[in-house]
Write a protein that binds this ligand. Structure first.
Ligand code: IPM
Ligand code: MG
Length: 356
């Protein structure tokens, strides 16, 4: 198969980790007889520096006209004080919105080899963590209107968090469908004791749950979810939630896996076009040092093969190669353990590619 991939390396460690994922994708292409055609587009701070905007219209068109998008990371302190209308993160949100990427899948899987790397006790994570966060990605407070204005002599800022029934139903369905393919357990996370959006969320989810009698459904408040993720994470299979709760809970959940550097994500539309990126940020403090962990990005490339290209054997091959590298005792600094071999970002990419 021939596939067009738009590559958005972005800022900080973005270019380094994306290179490693492409190394692995090229190995997959060789081995399985595919051809991947990459088009590079600047996004985030690097685009602001070159073009004055975090992504150009032309770049956005390239994303829309590809079979999938691979992203590194955007942002950094250098652009913290630019006008909010052109912040690096704006581009990421614009791509999500313009490509209709409403469903963000964030699998949280602890590789047993890394159980020691998790800050949680063995008795909590040792049994194996395998949960999936389904985050709504194109609605809520990220996309509602916002303003900062002077009222009675002081500044007042407002961010609106809107959700429509159809938006809730659309992501809710992804939650139920993914639960059906996994452990058939779905927890819907909300703040229905306070927010109207959450009350509508809960009502819509309950209605939907009638269509999925096989799924063991429950509602859980977001604050309690934050606690349960640390106290008893193995109780969860699939969690579905709105945009900001999903952002926060997925960073928290990443720590169950030992390092945020391990976590991939897929942002899916109603078609096959998707965007794939690690959930971590641009880590400007270690940018250019060749020490970042590329595994989250490599595992994101595996999700690309699985979800956008329907290449499940190839995706399995990448996941197995990552597993083998960890078995063989290779670690980047963030997941380093006694008795293991510490490797650089590019060495890690080589090691995974060799094992495809
Ligand atoms: C994420 C990131 C983004 C988000 C930022 C960079 C805008 O934290 O993908 O989780 O909040 O969605
Ligand atoms: Mg985040």
């Amino acid at each position: 198969m021939n596939k067009k991939i738009t590559v958005l390396p972005g800022d900080g460690i973005g270019p380094e980790i994306v290179n490693e994922a492409i190394k692995v994708l090229n190995k997959v292409a060789d081995k399985y007889g595919h051809s991947f055609d990459y088009k590079y587009v600047d996004i985030g701070g690097c685009s602001i520096d070159k073009f004055g905007v975090p992504i150009t219209d032309e770049g956005m068109e390239k994303c829309k006209n590809s079979d999938s998008v691979l992203l590194g990371a955007v942002g950094g302190p250098k652009w913290d004080n630019v006008d909010p209308s052109v912040r690096p993160e704006k581009a990421l949100l614009a791509v999500r919105k313009e490509l209709g990427l409403f469903a963000n899948l964030r699998p949280t899987k602890l590789f047993p080899q890394l159980a020691d790397a998790s800050p949680l006790k063995q008795e909590i994570v040792g049994g194996g963590i395998d949960l999936l966060i389904v985050r709504e990605l194109t609605g809520g407070v990220y996309f509602g209107s916002r303003k900062t204005e002077e009222v009675n002599g002081e500044m007042v800022a407002t961010d609106i968090m809107p959700y429509s029934e159809s938006e809730i139903e659309r992501i809710g369905r992804v939650g139920f469908e993914t639960a059906m393919k996994r452990g058939k357990k779905l927890a819907s996370v909300d703040k229905a004791n306070v927010l109207d959006t959450s009350r509508l969320w809960r009502k819509t989810m309950h209605k939907l749950s009638e269509e999925y009698p096989e799924v063991e459904y429950s509602d859980i408040l977001v604050d309690n979810t934050a606690m349960q993720l640390i106290k008893n994470p193995t109780q969860f299979d699939v969690l579905v939630t709105e945009n900001m709760f999903g952002d926060i809970l997925s960073d928290e959940a990443s720590m169950l896996t030992g390092s945020i550097g391990m976590m991939p994500s897929a942002s899916l539309s109603s078609g096959t076009l998707g965007m794939y990126e690690p959930i971590h940020g641009s880590a400007p403090d270690i940018a250019g040092m060749n020490i970042a962990n590329p595994l989250g990005t490599i595992l994101s490339a595996a999700m690309m093969l699985r979800y956008s290209f329907d290449m499940s054997a190839e995706a399995d091959a990448i996941e197995a190669a990552v597993n083998k590298v960890l078995d063989d005792g290779y670690r980047t600094g963030d997941i380093m353990q006694d008795g293991c071999n510490k490797v650089t970002c590019s060495e890690m990419g080589d090691l995974v590619a060799e094992r495809i």
